[in-house]
Design a protein around this ligand. Sequence first.
Ligand code: AMP
Length: 304
Amino acid sequence: FCHHICMVDIVIVGSVALDSVKTPFGAVSDALGGAASYSAFAASFFSKPGIVGIVGSDFPREHLELFRSRNISTAGIKISNGKTFRWSGYYEYDMNQAHTTDTQLNAFENFSPSIPEDYKSAKNLFLANIDPSLQLSVLEQMTPSLVVADTMNYWIEKKKEQLLEVIKKSNVFLLNDSEARELFKTTNLISAGRKILALGPGAVIIKKGEHGALLLTDGKIFSLPGYPLENVRDPTGAGDSFAGAFIGYLSKSGFDENSVRKAVVYGSAVASFNVEDFSLNRLKKIAMNDIEARYKEFEAMVKF
Ligand code: AMP
Protein backbone atom coordinates (compact mmCIF):
# COMPACT_ATOMS: atom_id res chain seq x y z
CA PHE A 1 0.00 0.00 0.00
CA CYS A 2 1.44 3.34 -1.00
CA HIS A 3 -1.60 5.45 -1.77
CA HIS A 4 -0.12 8.91 -1.64
CA ILE A 5 3.23 8.00 -3.12
CA CYS A 6 2.23 5.71 -5.96
CA MET A 7 -1.18 6.98 -6.98
CA VAL A 8 -1.28 8.94 -10.19
CA ASP A 9 -3.96 11.37 -11.38
CA ILE A 10 -3.42 10.71 -15.07
CA VAL A 11 -2.25 7.61 -16.88
CA ILE A 12 -0.46 8.41 -20.14
CA VAL A 13 0.15 5.62 -22.65
CA GLY A 14 2.42 6.27 -25.60
CA SER A 15 5.90 6.48 -27.04
CA VAL A 16 9.03 7.37 -25.12
CA ALA A 17 11.59 8.01 -27.81
CA LEU A 18 14.99 9.19 -28.87
CA ASP A 19 14.40 11.72 -31.64
CA SER A 20 16.76 13.11 -34.26
CA VAL A 21 15.27 16.30 -35.61
CA LYS A 22 16.45 18.96 -38.03
CA THR A 23 14.73 22.31 -38.63
CA PRO A 24 15.91 25.51 -40.32
CA PHE A 25 17.03 26.62 -36.84
CA GLY A 26 19.17 23.71 -35.70
CA ALA A 27 19.31 19.99 -35.11
CA VAL A 28 19.47 17.42 -32.32
CA SER A 29 20.26 13.73 -32.41
CA ASP A 30 18.94 11.05 -30.04
CA ALA A 31 17.25 13.70 -27.90
CA LEU A 32 14.45 12.85 -25.48
CA GLY A 33 11.13 12.72 -27.32
CA GLY A 34 8.02 10.63 -27.79
CA ALA A 35 4.38 11.50 -27.33
CA ALA A 36 4.25 10.20 -23.74
CA SER A 37 7.34 12.20 -22.74
CA TYR A 38 5.96 15.48 -24.07
CA SER A 39 2.45 14.96 -22.74
CA ALA A 40 3.53 13.77 -19.29
CA PHE A 41 5.92 16.68 -18.89
CA ALA A 42 3.19 19.14 -19.91
CA ALA A 43 0.64 17.48 -17.58
CA SER A 44 3.09 17.63 -14.67
CA PHE A 45 2.54 21.40 -14.36
CA PHE A 46 -1.04 20.63 -13.29
CA SER A 47 -1.14 17.21 -11.59
CA LYS A 48 0.61 13.85 -11.22
CA PRO A 49 0.95 11.77 -14.38
CA GLY A 50 2.30 8.25 -14.75
CA ILE A 51 3.73 6.97 -18.04
CA VAL A 52 3.00 3.54 -19.50
CA GLY A 53 5.52 2.79 -22.22
CA ILE A 54 8.67 0.91 -23.11
CA VAL A 55 12.30 1.86 -23.66
CA GLY A 56 15.50 -0.09 -24.35
CA SER A 57 18.53 -0.65 -22.17
CA ASP A 58 20.21 2.19 -24.10
CA PHE A 59 17.75 4.76 -22.72
CA PRO A 60 19.74 7.33 -20.68
CA ARG A 61 18.96 7.17 -16.97
CA GLU A 62 19.02 10.96 -16.78
CA HIS A 63 15.75 11.07 -18.74
CA LEU A 64 14.03 8.83 -16.18
CA GLU A 65 15.46 11.04 -13.45
CA LEU A 66 14.13 14.11 -15.25
CA PHE A 67 10.62 12.58 -15.22
CA ARG A 68 10.89 11.75 -11.52
CA SER A 69 12.13 15.24 -10.73
CA ARG A 70 8.87 16.50 -12.23
CA ASN A 71 6.81 14.15 -10.05
CA ILE A 72 6.02 11.97 -13.09
CA SER A 73 5.70 8.31 -12.13
CA THR A 74 7.94 6.03 -14.23
CA ALA A 75 6.66 2.80 -12.66
CA GLY A 76 4.83 2.00 -15.91
CA ILE A 77 7.91 2.40 -18.14
CA LYS A 78 9.28 -1.03 -18.98
CA ILE A 79 13.00 -1.26 -19.67
CA SER A 80 13.52 -4.00 -22.25
CA ASN A 81 16.74 -5.62 -23.40
CA GLY A 82 16.39 -4.11 -26.87
CA LYS A 83 16.87 -0.59 -28.14
CA THR A 84 14.67 2.46 -27.58
CA PHE A 85 12.18 3.58 -30.25
CA ARG A 86 13.80 6.14 -32.56
CA TRP A 87 12.18 8.72 -34.80
CA SER A 88 14.04 10.93 -37.27
CA GLY A 89 12.50 13.79 -39.14
CA TYR A 90 12.94 17.28 -40.48
CA TYR A 91 10.94 20.41 -41.12
CA GLU A 92 11.40 22.92 -43.89
CA TYR A 93 10.11 26.50 -43.87
CA ASP A 94 6.51 25.27 -43.57
CA MET A 95 6.92 24.05 -40.04
CA ASN A 96 3.39 22.65 -39.90
CA GLN A 97 4.61 19.72 -41.97
CA ALA A 98 6.88 17.09 -40.36
CA HIS A 99 8.82 14.91 -42.81
CA THR A 100 9.74 11.51 -41.38
CA THR A 101 13.08 10.14 -42.61
CA ASP A 102 13.30 7.09 -40.36
CA THR A 103 11.24 5.22 -37.76
CA GLN A 104 12.89 2.41 -35.80
CA LEU A 105 10.26 0.70 -33.67
CA ASN A 106 12.84 -1.36 -31.74
CA ALA A 107 11.44 -2.12 -28.24
CA PHE A 108 8.12 -0.62 -29.30
CA GLU A 109 7.62 -3.41 -31.85
CA ASN A 110 6.40 -5.94 -29.27
CA PHE A 111 4.89 -3.39 -26.91
CA SER A 112 1.73 -4.48 -25.19
CA PRO A 113 0.70 -1.92 -22.58
CA SER A 114 0.23 -3.33 -19.11
CA ILE A 115 -1.26 -0.92 -16.58
CA PRO A 116 0.41 -1.19 -13.15
CA GLU A 117 -2.01 -2.00 -10.30
CA ASP A 118 -1.25 1.37 -8.69
CA TYR A 119 -2.40 3.18 -11.83
CA LYS A 120 -5.69 1.36 -12.33
CA SER A 121 -7.76 3.61 -10.09
CA ALA A 122 -6.63 6.79 -11.91
CA LYS A 123 -9.59 8.84 -13.07
CA ASN A 124 -7.91 10.28 -16.16
CA LEU A 125 -6.37 8.56 -19.15
CA PHE A 126 -4.51 9.99 -22.12
CA LEU A 127 -4.13 7.56 -25.01
CA ALA A 128 -1.36 9.14 -27.06
CA ASN A 129 -0.77 8.19 -30.66
CA ILE A 130 -0.24 4.40 -30.79
CA ASP A 131 -1.87 1.46 -32.55
CA PRO A 132 -5.62 1.75 -31.82
CA SER A 133 -5.69 -1.98 -30.94
CA LEU A 134 -3.31 -1.17 -28.08
CA GLN A 135 -5.42 1.83 -27.09
CA LEU A 136 -8.41 -0.54 -26.87
CA SER A 137 -6.43 -3.00 -24.73
CA VAL A 138 -5.70 -0.19 -22.25
CA LEU A 139 -9.42 0.67 -22.09
CA GLU A 140 -10.07 -2.94 -21.08
CA GLN A 141 -7.66 -2.68 -18.15
CA MET A 142 -9.09 0.39 -16.43
CA THR A 143 -12.29 2.44 -16.09
CA PRO A 144 -11.30 6.11 -15.99
CA SER A 145 -13.96 8.82 -15.94
CA LEU A 146 -12.11 10.97 -18.50
CA VAL A 147 -10.54 9.45 -21.62
CA VAL A 148 -8.66 11.73 -24.03
CA ALA A 149 -7.32 10.06 -27.19
CA ASP A 150 -5.05 11.09 -30.05
CA THR A 151 -4.02 9.40 -33.30
CA MET A 152 -2.11 9.92 -36.56
CA ASN A 153 -2.78 9.51 -40.28
CA TYR A 154 -1.00 6.12 -40.35
CA TRP A 155 -3.74 4.54 -38.17
CA ILE A 156 -6.53 6.24 -40.11
CA GLU A 157 -5.17 4.47 -43.18
CA LYS A 158 -4.23 1.12 -41.61
CA LYS A 159 -6.65 0.53 -38.71
CA LYS A 160 -9.70 2.67 -39.25
CA GLU A 161 -12.19 0.23 -37.73
CA GLN A 162 -10.28 -0.07 -34.44
CA LEU A 163 -9.73 3.68 -34.43
CA LEU A 164 -13.49 4.29 -34.69
CA GLU A 165 -13.93 2.00 -31.65
CA VAL A 166 -11.42 4.12 -29.72
CA ILE A 167 -13.30 7.28 -30.70
CA LYS A 168 -16.58 5.76 -29.46
CA LYS A 169 -14.99 5.08 -26.06
CA SER A 170 -13.33 8.51 -25.66
CA ASN A 171 -14.68 11.62 -23.96
CA VAL A 172 -12.39 13.89 -25.94
CA PHE A 173 -10.84 13.06 -29.29
CA LEU A 174 -7.90 15.07 -30.61
CA LEU A 175 -6.70 15.19 -34.18
CA ASN A 176 -5.19 17.63 -36.59
CA ASP A 177 -6.94 19.25 -39.54
CA SER A 178 -5.57 16.98 -42.26
CA GLU A 179 -6.41 13.87 -40.21
CA ALA A 180 -9.98 15.09 -39.65
CA ARG A 181 -10.43 15.55 -43.41
CA GLU A 182 -8.91 12.17 -44.14
CA LEU A 183 -10.96 10.28 -41.55
CA PHE A 184 -14.30 11.33 -43.02
CA LYS A 185 -13.22 12.15 -46.57
CA THR A 186 -14.47 15.70 -46.29
CA THR A 187 -12.97 19.12 -46.94
CA ASN A 188 -14.95 20.67 -44.11
CA LEU A 189 -13.58 20.60 -40.56
CA ILE A 190 -16.87 21.46 -38.88
CA SER A 191 -18.64 18.60 -40.57
CA ALA A 192 -15.76 16.19 -39.75
CA GLY A 193 -15.94 17.37 -36.13
CA ARG A 194 -19.71 16.82 -35.99
CA LYS A 195 -19.27 13.29 -37.33
CA ILE A 196 -16.81 12.51 -34.54
CA LEU A 197 -19.21 13.90 -31.91
CA ALA A 198 -21.96 11.70 -33.35
CA LEU A 199 -19.83 8.64 -32.50
CA GLY A 200 -19.92 9.48 -28.79
CA PRO A 201 -17.22 11.87 -27.48
CA GLY A 202 -18.46 14.93 -25.58
CA ALA A 203 -15.80 17.05 -27.25
CA VAL A 204 -13.56 17.00 -30.29
CA ILE A 205 -10.51 19.20 -30.77
CA ILE A 206 -9.15 19.85 -34.23
CA LYS A 207 -5.59 21.19 -34.07
CA LYS A 208 -4.56 23.54 -36.85
CA GLY A 209 -0.85 23.95 -36.03
CA GLU A 210 0.21 27.60 -35.92
CA HIS A 211 -3.40 28.58 -36.72
CA GLY A 212 -4.79 27.43 -33.42
CA ALA A 213 -7.42 24.93 -32.35
CA LEU A 214 -11.12 24.35 -32.83
CA LEU A 215 -13.23 22.84 -30.03
CA LEU A 216 -16.60 21.34 -30.86
CA THR A 217 -19.02 20.23 -28.16
CA ASP A 218 -22.74 19.59 -28.26
CA GLY A 219 -24.13 22.46 -30.34
CA LYS A 220 -21.22 24.78 -29.48
CA ILE A 221 -17.99 25.90 -31.10
CA PHE A 222 -14.93 27.50 -29.52
CA SER A 223 -12.07 28.68 -31.68
CA LEU A 224 -8.71 29.74 -30.27
CA PRO A 225 -6.04 31.36 -32.45
CA GLY A 226 -2.46 30.14 -32.30
CA TYR A 227 -0.18 32.06 -29.96
CA PRO A 228 1.60 34.59 -32.22
CA LEU A 229 5.14 33.25 -31.80
CA GLU A 230 8.04 34.56 -33.79
CA ASN A 231 10.65 32.10 -32.58
CA VAL A 232 9.41 28.64 -33.45
CA ARG A 233 12.52 26.44 -33.51
CA ASP A 234 11.11 22.89 -33.41
CA PRO A 235 7.39 22.02 -33.70
CA THR A 236 7.94 18.39 -32.55
CA GLY A 237 5.67 17.53 -29.66
CA ALA A 238 3.32 20.49 -30.06
CA GLY A 239 0.27 18.23 -30.23
CA ASP A 240 1.46 16.07 -27.36
CA SER A 241 2.31 18.94 -25.04
CA PHE A 242 -1.09 20.47 -25.89
CA ALA A 243 -2.79 17.21 -24.93
CA GLY A 244 -0.81 16.83 -21.70
CA ALA A 245 -1.60 20.31 -20.42
CA PHE A 246 -5.22 19.92 -21.60
CA ILE A 247 -5.86 16.74 -19.60
CA GLY A 248 -3.69 18.05 -16.75
CA TYR A 249 -5.95 21.04 -16.31
CA LEU A 250 -9.14 18.98 -16.71
CA SER A 251 -7.98 16.46 -14.10
CA LYS A 252 -8.30 19.26 -11.55
CA SER A 253 -11.28 21.20 -12.90
CA GLY A 254 -14.07 18.83 -13.92
CA PHE A 255 -15.56 18.38 -17.37
CA ASP A 256 -17.99 21.25 -18.04
CA GLU A 257 -17.98 23.43 -21.19
CA ASN A 258 -16.17 26.30 -19.52
CA SER A 259 -13.42 24.10 -18.10
CA VAL A 260 -12.88 22.38 -21.45
CA ARG A 261 -12.45 25.80 -23.10
CA LYS A 262 -9.94 26.84 -20.44
CA ALA A 263 -8.12 23.53 -20.91
CA VAL A 264 -7.77 24.34 -24.63
CA VAL A 265 -6.14 27.66 -23.69
CA TYR A 266 -3.74 25.98 -21.23
CA GLY A 267 -2.92 23.34 -23.83
CA SER A 268 -2.15 26.01 -26.41
CA ALA A 269 -0.06 28.02 -23.94
CA VAL A 270 2.14 25.05 -23.01
CA ALA A 271 2.46 23.90 -26.64
CA SER A 272 3.58 27.41 -27.62
CA PHE A 273 6.45 27.22 -25.12
CA ASN A 274 7.37 23.73 -26.25
CA VAL A 275 8.03 24.76 -29.85
CA GLU A 276 10.44 27.51 -28.81
CA ASP A 277 13.26 24.97 -28.44
CA PHE A 278 14.22 21.38 -29.31
CA SER A 279 13.16 18.33 -27.31
CA LEU A 280 11.90 19.25 -23.81
CA ASN A 281 14.48 22.00 -23.43
CA ARG A 282 11.99 24.86 -23.22
CA LEU A 283 9.50 23.12 -20.94
CA LYS A 284 12.34 22.31 -18.55
CA LYS A 285 12.91 26.02 -18.01
CA ILE A 286 9.38 27.31 -17.44
CA ALA A 287 7.18 27.40 -14.36
CA MET A 288 3.43 27.69 -13.76
CA ASN A 289 3.60 31.49 -13.59
CA ASP A 290 4.97 31.58 -17.18
CA ILE A 291 2.02 29.46 -18.30
CA GLU A 292 -0.42 31.72 -16.45
CA ALA A 293 1.10 34.79 -18.12
CA ARG A 294 0.59 33.32 -21.58
CA TYR A 295 -2.94 32.22 -20.61
CA LYS A 296 -3.71 35.88 -19.81
CA GLU A 297 -2.23 37.01 -23.12
CA PHE A 298 -4.61 34.64 -24.89
CA GLU A 299 -7.48 36.07 -22.88
CA ALA A 300 -6.55 39.63 -23.93
CA MET A 301 -6.04 38.56 -27.55
CA VAL A 302 -9.53 37.14 -28.06
CA LYS A 303 -11.44 39.84 -26.13
CA PHE A 304 -13.58 42.18 -28.23
P1 AMP B 1 3.88 15.49 -32.53
O1 AMP B 1 4.92 16.43 -33.06
O2 AMP B 1 3.13 16.07 -31.35
O3 AMP B 1 2.97 14.93 -33.55
O4 AMP B 1 4.67 14.20 -31.94
C1 AMP B 1 6.03 13.97 -32.15
C2 AMP B 1 6.52 12.78 -31.35
O5 AMP B 1 5.87 11.61 -31.83
C3 AMP B 1 8.03 12.56 -31.53
O6 AMP B 1 8.69 12.85 -30.32
C4 AMP B 1 8.17 11.09 -31.94
O7 AMP B 1 9.10 10.40 -31.14
C5 AMP B 1 6.78 10.51 -31.79
N1 AMP B 1 6.44 9.59 -32.88
C6 AMP B 1 6.72 9.73 -34.21
N2 AMP B 1 6.25 8.68 -34.92
C7 AMP B 1 5.63 7.86 -34.03
C8 AMP B 1 4.95 6.60 -34.14
N3 AMP B 1 4.80 5.97 -35.30
N4 AMP B 1 4.44 6.06 -33.02
C9 AMP B 1 4.59 6.67 -31.83
N5 AMP B 1 5.22 7.84 -31.66
C10 AMP B 1 5.74 8.44 -32.73
